[in-house]
Design a protein around this ligand. Structure first.
Ligand code: C5P
Length: 294
């Protein structure tokens, strides 16, 4: 029997997200610059007499336990594809707020695919894993890669990016969930200009400067649904963020800071004023660092 295994399911952060069109099936076409944080959920697996799933951690109470859960959907998808496989006990430590634009569910699904392929010794190459991943959600393939990348299509076409340094980051969520379909439905324009070519950089200051010419097109519609997002952005800017923006479909926002120390000082100041907000200083994985799934 394989020993128990663990995988990180890191937070996904859309540094820029341009919505450039819409497909006939209603999914939106986008271009997004994505990085992954050191902070995130974790997933463990051990062998068991029968299948089990338990959830712990600060956001455990909000995690759906039924078949809608992406961890269970990923496990069952592997069984459907590869046939009968021995029972497993899965434990999710939920450190990320749910429905919050930083890929918690998608990252958990990607970690489950990667973890169970290793645990069950499944012959799944990157192409097959990518196809299984996108059937679970548009953001799951990028979470499998878990390194700085450019995403196109509906988010499923991913290209790793060289020349992205580690960025000191502060993640802040106002404590209210936002449903992704509602935010896309509230978009005013769906034919926005694409991302400019990524020129890379060696510091947070250079990356923030490049990002200033980009957007998150989902920020304006999310603000109409949840005005508290503007208070989060103001708090980040007030604490000296080089750039403050919403990630994904929100409501989590990020601030890029010059140093981890400044990000942590901002975290302390914001957390002391907003006890109900999720406030987490972290750094992102650079292009040259090992990924969470290596
Ligand atoms: O693929 P996923 O299940 O994560 O997407 C959730 C919802 O978000 C979709 O049903 C769709 O309404 C919206 N979405 C979209 N365009 C994308 C990704 C998601 O419209 N590129």
């Amino acid at each position: 029997m394989t020993q128990g295994l663990e995988r990180a399911a890191p937070a996904k952060v859309n540094l820029a997200l341009h919505v450039t069109g819409r497909r006939a099936d209603g999914y939106h076409l986008l271009e997004s610059l994505v990085v992954f944080a050191r902070h995130g959920d974790t997933l463990q697996v051990t062998g068991a007499q029968r299948d089990g799933f338990s959830v712990c951690g600060p956001f455990a109470a909000e995690v759906p336990r039924g078949q809608g859960n992406l961890v269970l959907r990923a496990r069952d998808l592997l069984r459907r594809h590869f046939g009968a496989l021995p029972p497993v006990a899965l434990t999710l430590r939920k450190n990320l707020p749910v429905a919050s634009g930083i890929g918690g569910g998608s990252s958990d699904a990607a970690a489950t695919l990667s973890l169970l392929c290793a645990f069950w010794h499944l012959p799944a190459d990157a192409g097959l894993l990518g196809r299984l991943a996108v059937s679970l959600g548009a953001d799951v393939p990028m979470c499998l890669l878990a390194r700085p990348l450019l995403a196109r299509g509906i988010g499923e076409t991913v290209e790793p990016l060289a020349h992205m340094p580690a960025l000191p980051l502060l993640l802040v969520n106002p404590g209210q969930p936002l449903a992704t379909p509602d935010v896309f439905a509230a978009l005013g324009r769906r034919d926005n200009p694409p991302l400019p070519p990524f020129t890379g950089g060696s510091s947070a200051v250079e990356i923030a400067r490049w990002l200033a010419a980009t957007r998150n097109d989902l920020e304006a519609p999310a603000l109409t649904l949840l005005p508290a997002i503007s208070a989060v952005l103001e708090a980040l800017r007030g604490e000296g963020a080089l750039l403050a923006r919403m990630s994904g479909s929100g409501a989590t926002c990020f601030g890029i800071f010059e140093s981890p120390e400044r990000a942590q000082a901002a975290a302390n100041a914001i957390a002391s004023r907003h006890a109900r907000w999720f406030v987490q200083a972290t750094t992102t994985l650079s292009s040259t660092e090992a990924t969470a799934h290596d």
